[in-house]
Design a protein around this ligand. Structure first.
Ligand SMILES: NC(=O)c1ccc[n+]([C@@H]2O[C@H](COP(=O)([O-])OP(=O)(O)OC[C@H]3O[C@@H](n4cnc5c(N)ncnc54)[C@H](O)[C@@H]3O)[C@@H](O)[C@H]2O)c1
Length: 402
């Protein structure tokens, strides 16, 4: 598993969790891939996952995890060797896409093509060092500034010409996804940074690469996509939905920048209208950086509802989350599922993984599915389909008892 942003809070929580589970120091809880329906899928075992990655900072995963302070120090100490071994490779960054100073662990190159060649070499070395059969890339890096699809993002030809010309509209997140498509490696974008661009969707299909994104659906938005279908089913009209968050981790610090904040707000705001079937008036979303909280984010929702006889009502939700604790198990689920999707011959957008995302990938003109229950149904159907296809092929030769 090659992680973009391997020294971040979400990444190091996932890494510490995987290492603790491997040593049987932690229960295998919180991941849907550890539940019964997934047993038929022959997923990569947690013990079989090997991690590496890029980060803009130089600290190894142990030093970074201590600083993020999501997992207790004494629990980290029990997997210190495993975490210290994950020393980040120099990353591809761009000050144009992230305003905050981003460490010093950067690839030194003269062109975008040179950068990509260095990243490719990292993956080759990693595979050789650990004798790996397959690789998955997951982006857990800081949120980039808001940007929109432009001509350079529309076709493979335009995008590749843009790479040749070092076009500043091509972001680091897009480069990592392009690399995955080129190397035929499944890719997950857990961040809201723009990667949903026609050029890369086309390349993923052409090269047989499963891709999933954008922006992990972990706390407030997950609850929103559970409540909104209930209001729709009971004909309670939403007259306004005010959502606000405080968080004090380094994700919060990056989101304090207006460019990155806009990317996140756009991703968080998209979910309601399609579930309810009408444009929700007075839908506000705020995120404020509030250092004392660290990773222990707090989210409030005030929902104004209109019912029978036009009577008005209110619902208040207060979620005291742990941001990275909600996100890390999804990271493990996602890498196992995109790897399985690749082995099942899937390519392009993985719609069955929509339940993991705030802004699920979809093609232009297509309506993304945001309702958590419908998303869950999509995944369940896919599991049954893959299990059926696997069964039809007969037992794997290496599993036959002699
Ligand atoms: N925690 C959640 O619940 C949650 C939910 C959905 C999405 N996300 C997204 O996940 C991402 C990570 O969140 P976090 O809390 O771990 O943030 P973080 O700031 O702790 O970690 C991000 C890491 O990415 C590194 N980085 C930045 N640019 C990079 C680049 N171009 N290449 C390689 N590394 C780079 C940074 O140095 C940092 O170590 C953010 O984009 C966040 O919005 C988090």
């Amino acid at each position: 598993v090659c992680i973009v942003g391997s020294s971040g809070a979400v990444a190091t929580t996932a890494l510490a969790g995987a290492a603790r589970m491997r040593k049987w120091l932690a229960p295998r809880e919180g991941m849907i891939t550890e539940t019964a329906p997934f047993q038929a899928l022959n997923l990569a075992p947690i013990n079989g996952l090997v991690f590496g990655g890029w980060d803009a900072r130089k600290d190894d995963a142990y030093v970074a995890a201590l600083e993020h302070a999501v997992v207790d120090r004494h629990l980290l100490a029990q997997v210190r060797d495993e975490l210290e071994a994950i020393k980040p490779w120099p990353s591809v960054v761009s000050p144009q896409f992230i305003a905050r100073a981003m460490g010093t662990n950067h690839v030194v190159a003269n062109s975008f093509r040179e950068e990509l060649a260095i990243l490719e070499q990292n993956i080759e070395d990693f595979k050789r060092q650990h004798t790996l059969e397959r690789v998955v890339i997951i982006n857990l890096a800081s949120t980039e500034r808001y940007c929109q699809v432009e001509d350079v993002h529309r076709t493979i030809k335009a995008f590749e010409a843009g790479l040749d010309a070092n076009d500043p509209r091509i972001s680091p997140a897009m480069k990592y996804l392009y690399l995955a498509c080129k190397l035929r490696v499944p890719h997950v974008n857990f961040t809201p940074s723009l990667t949903k661009i026609p050029a890369l969707e086309e390349l993923a299909v052409k090269n047989g690469v499963p891709i999933a994104g954008e922006d992990g659906k972990t706390g407030q938005t997950m609850i929103k996509t559970v409540l909104a279908p209930a209001f729709a089913v009971r004909q309670l009209r939403v007259a306004g939905w005010y959502s606000t968050n405080i968080l004090g981790n380094s994700d919060g610090l990056v989101l304090d920048d207006p460019g990155s904040n806009r990317t996140k707000i756009t991703s968080k705001k998209g979910v309601l209208d399609d579930i309810l079937g009408y444009p929700v008036p007075n839908h506000y979303v705020r995120i404020d950086y509030y250092p004392p909280r660290g990773d222990a984010k707090e989210a409030w929702d005030n929902i104004d509802l209109v019912g029978f006889l036009g009577e008005r009502m209110q619902l208040k939700v207060n979620f005291l989350c742990k941001d990275s604790i909600l996100a890390a198990p999804l990271v493990i689920d996602l890498v196992r599922l995109v790897d399985r999707a690749k082995r099942a011959g899937e390519a392009g957008i993985q719609r069955q993984l929509s339940l993991f995302f705030k802004a699920p990938y979809h093609t232009d003109g297509e309506q993304a599915v945001n309702d958590l229950f419908k998303q869950h149904a999509l995944l369940s159907e896919w599991i049954a389909d893959v299990a059926r296809r696997t069964k039809a092929k007969g037992p794997r030769a290496d599993l036959v008892l002699v």
